[in-house]
Design a protein around this ligand. Structure first.
Ligand code: BGC
Length: 413
């Protein structure tokens, strides 16, 4: 008989997505601008994406039919506040209908207020590089909560405010470097009729980090003061930072900048959202390349699902907070490797639970093969394949496999 690893009653079994990556035609966002500036390093624009903006009723029904009980998605600031101070009731009503559809299908909705994209007017005001702009984010959160709060089950303010620092420390991909270079930023600014353009996460991290932290706290308070009687937290991009002998001090310093500074602020929250994909190894001289012969994912980082257990332990012990795994997944064309990745990651989650760590849920990234930012549609993170010409959805074996684990609330080993 296979061993059954059972999970706590009410464990959140979900899958995640983000507005810009799936909705399509998010033309008022800063990312849309970056995708269309001449010389853009984005390999292709987001275009129609998965047309989730229109197809959400069927998509939500499909997620539920696969067996999940949770859907994490983001609402789009660029749609809700298309010009500074002008709030669109129609856009808010759209997200209200999405939330209602989740409830109708028995899905617990976890809402992210900001998943990388901002309105273009915000980027044109200096975005996250300007501390005073934190207030603008909090005002949007307050308005969105007033309209949607009664239907939200849990909320993440900012998705991965530390991702820019993580990317910088790990070494830029050519596309990241280009998005930050002065001539490209000047071209983006010109496209929006401004002399500045700062998009998340492609901006100077030093001023931005403090703005993120302030924006998160202001947003947390604004949500709570509005209709936010649900748990609120932030999500972090957490790599498993490992030191080889002699690399401990370098590792600790890097981890302090990438994780601890954010975890310190998160301590005042209701939960911490852990988002983990791989590990980073450090020697005395800095980050080490992957060892020869290790399996790499489509994102060129190591296939290392054990990272999730380590980051859950780190986040929980550092903050003392309950954890929700708000993202964990793999970009691969080979769905059998996805199943293997998730199986090993879930063993780690179970081990944490056995040790008394409060892990409330696991959301696989991502629901669909979707727009992987500058890399376009090539990386395949989805549980569901999408033919984007006809917008046909085809669940992969991994979707059915993980959905049945959700249904059983147990992993058979
Ligand atoms: C982000 C997602 C992204 C995923 C895979 C996370 O850092 O939140 O937007 O698609 O990683 O790279």
């Amino acid at each position: 008989m296979p061993e059954q690893l059972t999970f706590p009653k009410d464990f959140l079994w979900g899958t995640a997505g983000a507005a810009h990556q799936v909705e399509g035609n998010n033309i008022n966002s800063d990312s849309w601008v970056l995708e269309h500036v001449p010389g853009s390093p984005f390999v292709e624009p987001s275009g129609d994406a998965c047309d989730h903006y229109h197809r959400y009723p069927d998509d939500i029904a499909l997620i539920a039919s696969l067996g999940f009980n949770t859907y994490r998605f983001s609402i789009e600031w660029a749609r809700i506040e298309p010009e500074q101070g002008e709030f669109s009731i129609a856009a808010l009503e759209h997200y209200r209908r999405m939330l209602a559809a989740c409830h109708e299908h028995g899905l617990t909705p976890i809402v992210t207020y900001h998943h990388f994209t901002s309105p273009r007017w915000f980027a044109a005001k200096g975005g996250w590089e300007v501390m005073a702009n934190a207030e603008l984010f909090a005002r949007y959160c307050e308005k969105a909560t007033a309209h949607l709060g009664d239907l939200i089950a849990a909320a993440c303010t900012l998705n991965e405010p530390n991702v820019g620092i993580l990317i910088q420390q790990m070494g830029f991909m050519p596309s990241d470097a280009k998005l930050l270079n002065a001539p490209f930023r000047a071209a983006a600014a010109k496209a929006v009729g401004s002399d500045t353009f700062a998009a998340f996460p492609h901006c100077q991290q030093q001023p931005a980090r403090d703005t993120f932290l302030k924006a998160h706290r202001l947003a947390f308070d604004a949500i709570k003061a509005s209709r936010g009687d649900f748990p609120v937290g932030m999500t972090l991009a957490m790599s498993d930072h490992q030191a080889v002998p002699g690399g401990e001090a370098v590792r600790d310093k890097a981890r302090h900048e990438i994780d601890d500074v954010f975890l310190d602020v998160a301590r005042a929250d209701d939960f911490i959202g852990v988002q983990t994909y791989t590990r980073t190894r450090y020697g005395a001289e800095g980050i080490l390349p992957s060892e020869a012969g290790v399996e790499l994912t489509q994102m060129r980082y190591e296939f290392y699902p054990e990272a999730l257990e380590a980051t859950i332990r780190y986040a929980a012990s550092y903050t003392g907070l309950p954890v929700i795994v708000t993202e964990n997944g793999i970009g691969t064309e080979d769905d059998t490797r996805r199943i293997e990745y998730v199986r090993r990651a879930l063993r780690g989650v179970h081990q944490c639970l056995q040790d008394g760590i409060e892990v409330r849920g696991y959301c696989y990234w991502s629901i669909f093969d979707n727009f992987e930012w500058a890399q376009g549609y090539r990386p395949k993170f989805g549980l569901i394949a999408v033919d984007r010409t006809m917008q046909i959805r085809t669940p992969k074996p991994s979707a059915k496999w993980l959905g049945s684990i959700a249904q059983e609330n147990a992993l058979a080993e």
